[in-house]
Design a binder for this molecule. Structure first.
Ligand SMILES: Nc1ncnc2c1ncn2[C@@H]1O[C@H](COP(=O)(O)OP(=O)(O)OP(=O)(O)O)[C@@H](O)[C@H]1O
Length: 335
């Protein structure tokens, strides 16, 4: 029998739960393509020794520094990071996106909203490499996403969370985040087996960074709890921490407030602002209008696959086309 959290047990656990670990650190279920499975010959080992956790992490400044380590986003705030250029997406006879163009600028929180079936998820999937547009293009960080693999998109700096939480439920919170960190620091099989110094150093860095991320999202005290035992809101925070572990330039949140009570939504707003203030760019798809209006810098509105409005939250709240599309939502938005 393999050791707990050894590469073998990780694979076995993933298979028995019908979950697959992708090289980008995300977890896919059996519904998704096996393309996301861990490639042969690569090891993601999670072996967390809490004695080696950096004691300085109690200090918020240190946490922010570690979380933000290699980014230079502040210097470029406002420049385009992701550009949707005349993207059309057809499924058979159905046009889910019709000539949609918009930009996500560095350092902003962009809200993508619209009634059910408007094309938000399709746009999100086009941006994260799940779908390739029927026509048009998506440029990220100055390069077209078109011809690269889905996993490569994460390596280039786009991370996402899912409407349905996807965690390794038997692993601790810290291990779940370390898996995401490891997605960027994979050691070769011989390196991991022999526990070479470089491997051990990477592992310690991953643990420090994992702890910093848990502190950052507000669940540092739950580091050793199994993901399955975390309260629902903490599981959502853990998903965000794991997405941040891949050191993204763009963090895409797909309905992160689903199932939250009002107090949890307030806390989520604070966390999303904190993520932006730490230098990340955030794309938010969310049905809760109060949250969207309260936290975003700009909003793009889709209806029937078309962009019908784009602007500041207060402009969007008063836009007649948006009000007509939503029928009844303006009350919520201004409540
Ligand atoms: N893989 C697919 N195959 C066929 N049709 C699809 C596919 N994905 C989305 N669609 C269709 O495209 C349209 C836009 O769907 P999409 O899920 O992008 O909307 P949405 O704005 O995210 O809606 P919701 O808020 O309900 O999640 C819908 O009519 C949907 O049925």
């Amino acid at each position: 029998m393999s050791e707990p959290n050894s590469p073998d047990s990780l694979r076995a656990g993933a298979e028995s739960n019908e979950q697959f670990l992708s090289p980008d650190g995300s977890i896919s279920t059996s519904e998704d393509s096996r393309e996301q499975d861990l490639p042969d010959g690569e090891v993601i080992e999670v072996d967390v020794d809490l004695a080696s956790v950096n004691p300085d992490l109690a200090d918020a400044g240190t946490v922010a520094e570690i979380v933000a380590a290699d980014r230079e986003i502040r210097a470029e705030v406002g420049a385009p990071l992701l550009e949707m250029k005349s993207v059309t997406m057809q499924f058979g006879g159905l046009t889910a996106l019709d000539d949609v163009s918009f930009t996500i600028n560095r350092g902003e929180i962009l809200g993508l909203i619209g009634p059910n079936g408007a094309g938000k998820t399709t746009a999100f999937n086009a941006m994260t490499g799940v779908y390739r547009p029927s026509s048009g293009s998506v440029e990220f960080d100055g390069r077209a996403l078109g011809s690269i693999k889905r996993n490569e998109i994460t390596r280039r700096g786009i991370a996402r969370t899912f409407q349905n939480i996807r965690l390794f439920s038997d692993m601790t919170a810290l291990e779940n985040v370390v898996v995401g960190t490891d997605a960027r620091h994979r050691t070769s099989v011989p390196g991991a087996i022999l526990r070479l110094p470089r491997h051990r150093r990477e592992e310690k860095d991953a643990i420090d960074r994992g702890m910093a991320l848990l502190e950052f999202v507000g669940i540092g005290s739950r580091a050793t709890h199994q993901a399955r035992n975390l309260p629902y809101g903490d599981q959502r925070r853990l998903e965000i921490a794991r997405a941040l572990a891949t050191e993204p330039k763009l963090l895409c949140l797909d309905e992160p407030a689903a199932g939250f009570n009002p107090a949890e939504k307030e806390q989520l707003q604070d966390l999303i602002r904190k993520i932006r203030d730490d230098g990340f760019t955030v794309l938010l798809i969310e049905h809760d209008m109060r949250l969207v209006m309260g936290v975003t810098d700009r909003i793009v509105v889709l209806e029937f696959g078309r962009k019908i409005a784009e602007g500041l939250p207060q402009e969007i709240a008063q836009n007649p086309a948006v009000i007509a599309a939503y029928l009844g939502v303006p009350d919520d938005a201004t409540a």
